[in-house]
Design a protein around this ligand. Structure first.
Ligand code: VGL
Ligand code: ZN
Length: 192
């Protein structure tokens, strides 16, 4: 279940990471209905929802033109950077934008976003995480959540990797860091 002390953190479910996007994650669209259901359930239970966005300037250092590893993606205010509408997030979702400066990349939603403070003010103890991509922004966000002292539940049916073996390694690392690795049904089912 989701209850007081929990937050639902949806990582980077943006058009550019979905099929047809500039940096599409294979089968990334499969997380959308799962996260939409979780968001509805969180809202019903008064559990806050945070959605992170990768939010780069046009000349970002992670882009190939600047010698970085990625094609241009998630350019601030572009269509590709917008959150997928099918998530149907409530109006009071807390949006966190990251990697907004040209000269630094940031894979974690905790990096220079004030997220830690925001969560502490709301007495959050556990961060329930899904989104894209498993071995980049999900991994770094979940790792930082553990470093900041939060319990972490990683939802295996609500994440997808760019590379499947890197994704498996990311899950193993988070398990070793004490994250609970579960399917969303374990969170949605009140009897568990
Ligand atoms: C991401 C690659 C580049 C992510 C962001 O959100 O996982 N991956 N920028
Ligand atoms: Zn990026």
């Amino acid at each position: 279940m989701l209850s007081k002390g929990d937050v639902l953190l949806i990582v980077d479910v943006q058009h550019d990471f979905l099929p047809g996007g500039a940096l599409a994650v294979p089968n990334g669209d499969e997380v959308v209905p799962v996260l939409a259901q979780l968001a509805r359930y969180a809202e019903q239970n008064g559990v806050p929802i945070v959605a992170s966005r990768d939010w780069h300037p046009e000349n970002h250092c992670s882009f190939t033109a600047q010698g970085g590893p990625w094609p241009p993606h998630c350019i601030a205010d572009s269509e590709g950077a917008s959150l997928d509408e099918d998530l149907q997030l409530p109006a009071d979702v807390h949006i966190v934008d990251k990697a907004t400066r040209p000269d630094a990349d940031a894979y974690s939603a905790f990096e220079e976003t004030g997220l830690d403070t925001w969560l502490r003010r709301r007495d959050v103890k556990r961060v329930v995480i899904g989104g894209l991509a498993t071995e980049y922004c999900v991994l770094n966000t979940a790792r930082d959540a553990r470093t900041h002292g939060f319990d972490v539940t990683l939802l295996t049916d609500a994440i997808r990797a760019i590379d499947s073996s890197d994704g498996e390694r990311a899950i193993d690392e988070l398990r070793d860091l004490g994250a609970d690795i579960s399917e969303s049904s374990a969170v949605l089912n009140d009897s568990l």
